[in-house]
Structures are given as structure tokens and as C-alpha cells.
Design a protein. Structure first.
Length: 699
């Protein structure tokens, strides 16, 4: 019996790069600026005209469409994707009036919308196919595979990824002149990758780096600079073959290390087959940070919920008792999108360069893994729902929204409203069929994680002036009370979490977390008392403070001449590698602390308050929990007036998500916070730049 599914209101997006590509306009074109300006003016109008609808019809293959391979009666699903007729009529009118550029652009925008509509409906198609216990064995397209009358025919999808072959195959398409043609890369060399005792081979095409291959192969190697060769984190060791030493390699590794075969994978473009190792000492190859029980109380509850903080660096999950709000179990993992860069700007850039789908799939797979880990042994009836918070970019990447508008003025998000859908619909088959809710955000730069933090800290209920500082990757902050709230975000970068620091790492065993310098020699403490593998955020801050305190770094941020070339030595790894703090590391901390402090001072100025007026200072993020306040004051990250008022609140985003999940009034409270918040754009603020310059110096 035929079954029809109708989907409406599916999110769609337009990819500028693809649209301009279709009309044959590249950045090298002399008319690029004019065409790009026309595109920007047209895009909003096209989106307003778009009426997305998808129809799936399950039936047997009609006799008129049968082929030798696909017999009549073969179970198929007919798919009709439509964006309505308004854009087509608009395009026809444009051509008729002689405005050919507008006509071509509107047609290209329509194609881009259709492709995004197909992506947006994929989860629903997969779920519908899975219910019928069928897999998709292939895709039939007109006119190559079947007559034109069929329009577009695809087979059903199951949770077996090997059978889900619904993607358009450019290689079999007759339109060889299509500017959107995507063919499989031509194999050039094979790289054997040794990682944690296992071997795996990846194929590289012309112009691809080993980092590119590792990304495509789903192997995690930290690349916080996004593959530009500047962070020194994506190291590999050459075991067999030839990899020339690059200028970036020489800046990162010592001569001894270069002789041992150490290279940066983003700068490694092998011309012959090679064997490399990724899991060497000091390299961030970890993914799961672990799961553990959070309480010694009884682990059984009547109803459960799962709260998630989707951090740029770390993903944190809590399984909670819905009645008490007590966290029963937690799970954490490094956000594997880190291979595209440590900060949101790098992720936005990667998305705009065609990696939206890869970024989406990466985060969805990790969320699915964490939910399944925590939900083990819990029935679907016992699990009430899942709630998540994260910055606006992370939410966009989760939902598969394009990030083009996030990275250019006026920095407009697709949405900052609360989002609700099914967990299974969003993350795929095998997941609980329960509601999945994302908290509302405020703007592109102040997201749902900050709303969750203010909810947890009770901004909407306090008369006293409070300041929330999230010392994570992005440096967001909020100042206010129940009457008025100002929010902002500073370009602090990931320095406080170990990113952009030569030996920076996450809070893993062996990470240097405490530093004292006596007579120009460092005494270090590591997490778990293990052999040093790098420096985590607290270690970075304490190292900088100790260097300033002992005069080894002067007020301008210059490292003592004796350590200027090779950096100040902190410790040695088990393999004898020298863990050091470089001049560039000092600069990274200098710029990060100046940005945070200047943002803080600007908020106070715009609020009409002084430091002494602030009654509560909440430090959020894992870094804030273990922050050494005297060290923060020593380098000027926090003012002296805040001493005695500082309260570490840990992961306020996760705690706020728990509150949103378990307390009925919290949803309305979050909406009130969103409405009350006013964003201060620091880039346009007349005083911020001057304050920032002043705060760069070490006091």
C-alpha cells in the first residue's frame, strides 16, 4: 500500500560560493565585487520567496521506469523536492525584462536552496526507511538512469551507513560541464597511519596534505589554527618515506626532533607513499575524556533527562534525576571539530569553504555517542528529554545551518530562538525518540551557553549587580541584574584552554596545571602526577604570572634574553622532549587577557558602574574552577577590586541546561533573560580600542 510523507518548514540555506560558481564568477573575475553585491541584495528576497516542501512516496517501481537492473515492482521511494514557484516566476520575469544577471543569480540560488533542502530532509528520509527495515541500495536520476518523467527517484535509507547511497553521483552524471560537478579525487599517494598500535591507510589526491587525509578518515589530530601551520599542534612523526622539512616545521621542532622525523601534518604533502605515526608523546589524539558517576546516592530514578554543553573545545553531558535535578552520571569528550580549528572563526571559515556537512556529521555523531553512553540501561519511557546549550556557531553547525552570515557584517545568525525537534530525528536511528531542545541565544557572538549561564547564576532574580565571565574559547561576559543586562564577547581566542600555546593541551593526565619559578628554574605540578605531556589552561596562566612576578617577562611582554630563542623550560616529557613556554606563548596570553579585561571594563563603562559596584563575579568554564586568582590579578586579567567577590561556577552552560530541563519555570526565565539582554559590540565601541591597548601591558 502506497504511503506518502509530507515535510514542510525544513530549514534551507544559500551557499554564496556555490551560487557564484554556477554563474561562472570567481574572486579573480574583474566583476566579482559587482556580482557579489548583487547576490547579497538578492539573497534575502529569494529566501522570502522560498516555500520548501518535500514529498516521499513509498511504492513499487512503475513499469514505465523499469530498467534491466531495476525491475518493475522494485520497492522504491519517490522524492519530490520543491521550493515553490515564486522564485521560478521571479527568474522568468528578470530574464524577460533583460536583467540577465538577476535571472542567472536567482536560478543559481534556487539550485542551492534545492540542494540544501535535500540535505535537510535526509534525517526524515532515513527514519522513514528504517521503520520499513529497508536500506537504500542506490539512487536513480533522470535522465541518466530512468526516463525524465520520473524527475528524481531515490531508494530508501536505513541506519546501515553502508547502504545509504542517496547522494548525487557527479561521476555518473552526463552534465560534464556543470560548474558544481564533484568527482572523486584522483588517487596520488598512500599514507599508512600508525595510531595507538593500530595501522590504517589513507589515500591522498593531488594537493592534499596529510592533515586533509586524517580529517577525511575521521582520525583526530589537533589543528587549532585550522591547518595554517602556525599552532604547531598537528604534529606527526615520519616512520618511512620522505617528507621535506618546511619552514613551519623548523619553527615548531628542534633539529633533533626534525631528524627523528617530526613534521606538521598540515604542511606535509607527500609525493610518494609514506608511513607516519600520530600518537606520539605530547600529541592530542584523545577523544573521549571519560564518563563517571557524579554522586554516591542511589543511581535509580523514576525519570531521567540528559543535559549537554556543546563547547567549542569540549562536549560535556549530564544524566540527571528529573525530580531532584541531581546529576547521576557525566560524560565528556573533546569536540572533534577541533581538527578544523580551535575557535569559532576557524569553524565558520571551514563551513563557508564547503565543510558544513562534515562539521555537522562530526558533532551529531559525538552527541549520539554521549547520549547512548548515558542512556544505557534506561528505557525510552524513563527518559524525558535532552536539552543542550552552546554558542551560536556550535548550534548552527549542529543544525546544519550555513555559517556564511556569521562571519561577515552585520553578523546575522539564521536564528537564536529556542529550537525543538526529536532526538532521533536530529541524530539518527538508534537514539531515543524523545524531545531534543536547544536553549535560546542572544546574538551571533553571545549564544545559548551564556543564556544558560545567566539562568544558573540567577541574573533575572538578583537586585545586586553581577558579572558572569566565561573564560572558555570565546570570552563572553554579561553584566547586570533583573532590571538590565549588558552582554558582549571578546576575541580572546583559545589561549586560556591551551589553544595557540606551543605545548598547550586539554586537562588530561600529565598536563602541567601548576607552576612556580625559583631561581630561574620551574617547579611543576601535573594532573594525576603523571609525566608531563603539555600545559593546560591553569598551567598557562600560572606560568605567565610566575614569569611576570620573577621579572623574566617585562611589562611589555618581552621574555628574558636568555630564553628568547628557545623559550623558558618547564619540564621534560617521558620521551625527553622539552616542554617550554615561548615568547609567542607570552604574546598569546597578553592579547587574550587584554581582550577579556578591556571587554569587562567597557561593559562597566556602558552600564555606568565602577568595579566596586559589582557584588558577584561568576567565573564560568573549567578554567574558571581552578583559576588561581592571585595569578589572574598579577597579569591583569582581573582587577584587584574583585578580590573576595569571585565565585567559580564551573560549567554554567551545562548547569543552566540542567535547570532548563528539570525546572518548569526555567523556560520562561530563559526567554526573559534573552529579551532583557542588550549586546555591546566592542568592535564599534569608541572606548574599547583605547582600553585594550592600555591593558596589553603587564602591570
Amino acid at each position: 500500500m502506497e504511503h506518502v510523507i509530507k515535510l514542510e518548514n525544513i530549514p534551507v540555506r544559500v551557499k554564496k560560493k556555490d551560487v557564484l560558481c554556477q554563474v561562472g564568477c570567481s574572486q579573480e573575475s574583474p566583476v566579482y565585487e559587482e556580482v557579489a553585491a548583487e547576490y547579497e541584495a538578492l539573497k534575502t528576497e529569494m529566501l522570502a520567496l522560498c516555500r520548501p516542501v518535500v514529498l516521499f512516496r513509498f511504492a513499487g517501481l512503475d513499469e514505465s521506469l523499469a530498467t534491466e537492473k531495476w525491475k518493475a515492482g522494485t520497492p522504491v521511494v519517490y522524492a519530490l523536492y520543491s521550493i515553490g514557484g515564486e522564485i521560478s516566476r521571479y527568474s522568468t520575469a528578470a530574464f524577460a525584462s533583460g536583467d540577465y544577471l538577476k535571472g542567472m543569480l536567482s536560478d543559481a540560488i534556487a539550485d542551492s536552496l534545492l540542494f540544501s533542502l535535500e540535505d535537510g530532509a535526509a534525517c526524515s528520509l532515513k527514519g522513514a526507511c528504517a521503520q520499513r527495515q529497508k536500506g537504500v541500495a542506490g539512487r536513480l536520476e533522470a535522465p541518466n538512469d530512468i526516463p525524465m518523467e520520473a524527475q528524481r527517484v531515490i531508494h530508501r535509507e536505513t541506519d546501515d551507513e553502508a547502504l545509504f547511497l542517496n547522494q548525487h553521483d557527479c561521476g555518473s552524471c552526463s552534465r560534464t560541464d556543470c560548474p558544481m560537478r564533484r568527482t572523486k579525487k584522483e588517487h596520488q599517494v598512500t599514507v599508512e597511519v600508525l595510531q595507538k598500535g593500530k595501522s590504517r591507510s589513507i589515500a591522498l589526491g593531488h594537493g592534499e596534505s596529510i592533515l586533509d587525509g586524517l580529517r577525511e578518515g575521521g582520525m583526530f589530530v589537533s589543528a587549532v589554527c585550522g591547518g595554517r601551520g602556525s599552532c604547531g599542534k598537528c604534529g606527526i612523526r615520519l616512520v618511512k618515506g620522505v617528507l621535506p622539512v618546511t619552514e613551519e616545521d623548523r619553527k615548531t621542532f628542534s633539529e633533533d626532533e626534525l631528524e627523528q622525523g617530526f613534521r606538521l601534518s598540515c604542511r606535509a604533502f607527500p609525493q610518494t607513499d609514506v608511513t607516519v605515526e600520530t600518537s606520539f608523546d605530547g600529541e592530542e589524539t584523545f577523544a573521549v575524556l571519560g564518563s563517571r558517576p557524579d554522586t554516591q546516592q542511589a543511581q535509580k530514578a523514576d525519570q531521567y533527562g540528559i543535559a549537554i554543553d556543546i563547547g567549542t573545545t569540549t562536549l560535556a553531558f549530564s544524566l540527571v534525576d528529573m525530580k531532584t535535578g541531581v546529576a547521576l552520571r557525566s560524560y565528556a569528550a573533546v569536540n572533534l571539530q577541533r581538527v578544523y580549528g580551535a575557535d569559532v572563526i576557524s569553524r565558520i571559515k571551514a563551513s563557508c569553504e564547503g565543510e558544513t556537512e562534515a562539521l555537522k556529521e562530526s558533532i551529531r555523531k559525538q552527541l549520539a555517542r554521549g547520549i547512548l553512553e548515558l542512556a544505557e540501561g534506561i528505557t525510552e519511557k524513563e527518559l524525558v528529554g535532552v536539552t543542550a546549550a552552546g554558542n551560536t556557531t556550535m548550534v548552527h553547525l549542529l543544525m546544519g545551518y550555513g555559517c556564511e552570515s556569521l562571519g561577515v557584517y552585520p553578523f546575522t545568525p539564521v536564528t537564536t530562538e529556542r529550537l525543538s525537534c526529536g532526538c532521533r530525528q536530529l541524530l539518527g536511528e538508534g537514539l531515543p525518540d524523545v524531545p531534543f531542545t536547544v536553549l535560546p541565544g542572544i546574538s551571533t557572538f553571545v549564544g545559548a551557553d551564556i543564556v544558560a549561564g545567566m539562568l544558573e547564576c540567577g541574573f533575572d532574580q538578583k537586585e545586586e549587580l553581577s558579572l558572569l565571565i566565561d573564560l572558555g574559547t570565546n570570552g563572553e561576559m554579561a553584566l547586570g541584574n533583573r532590571e538590565r543586562v549588558l552582554v558582549t564577547s571578546t576575541a580572546a581566542g583559545p589561549a586560556f584552554e591551551g589553544g595557540n600555546i606551543r605545548w598547550g593541551t586539554g586537562s588530561v593526565e600529565g598536563a602541567i596545571c601548576g607552576v612556580r619559578i625559583l631561581e630561574n628554574r620551574a617547579q611543576v605540578e601535573t594532573i594525576g602526577g603523571k609525566a608531563p605531556v603539555g600545559i593546560c589552561g591553569t598551567g598557562v596562566l600560572e606560568t605567565a604570572a610566575e614569569l611576570v612576578r620573577t621579572g623574566l617577562v617585562d611589562e611589555t611582554g618581552r621574555l628574558d634574553e636568555a630564553f628568547l630563542e628557545k623559550g623558558f623550560p618547564l619540564a621534560e616529557t617521558a620521551a625527553g622532549r622539552r616542554v617550554c613556554f615561548t615568547q609567542q606563548d607570552v604574546r598569546e596570553i597578553q592579547l587574550a587577557k587584554a581582550a577579556v579585561r578591556a571587554g569587562m571594563e567597557t561593559l562597566l563603562l556602558r552600564y555606568g558602574a565602577v568595579r566596586e559596584d559589582v557584588a558577584h563575579i561568576y567565573l564560568a568554564g573549567g578554567f574558571g574552577v581552578s583559576l588561581d586568582v592571585p595569578s589572574a590579578i598579577t597579569i591583569g586579567l582581573l582587577p584587584e577590586e574583585f578580590s573576595g567577590k569571585i565565585e567559580p561556577v564551573g560549567n554554567s552552560s551545562l548547569k543552566g541546561a540542567v535547570r532548563f530541563l528539570t525546572e518548569a519555570p526555567a523556560a520562561d526565565r530563559a526567554e526573559r533573560i534573552k529579551r532583557a539582554a542588550e549586546e555591546i559590540g566592542l568592535s564599534a565601541d569608541p572606548d574599547f580600542n583605547q582600553i585594550y591597548i592600555e591593558q596589553i601591558m603587564f602591570e
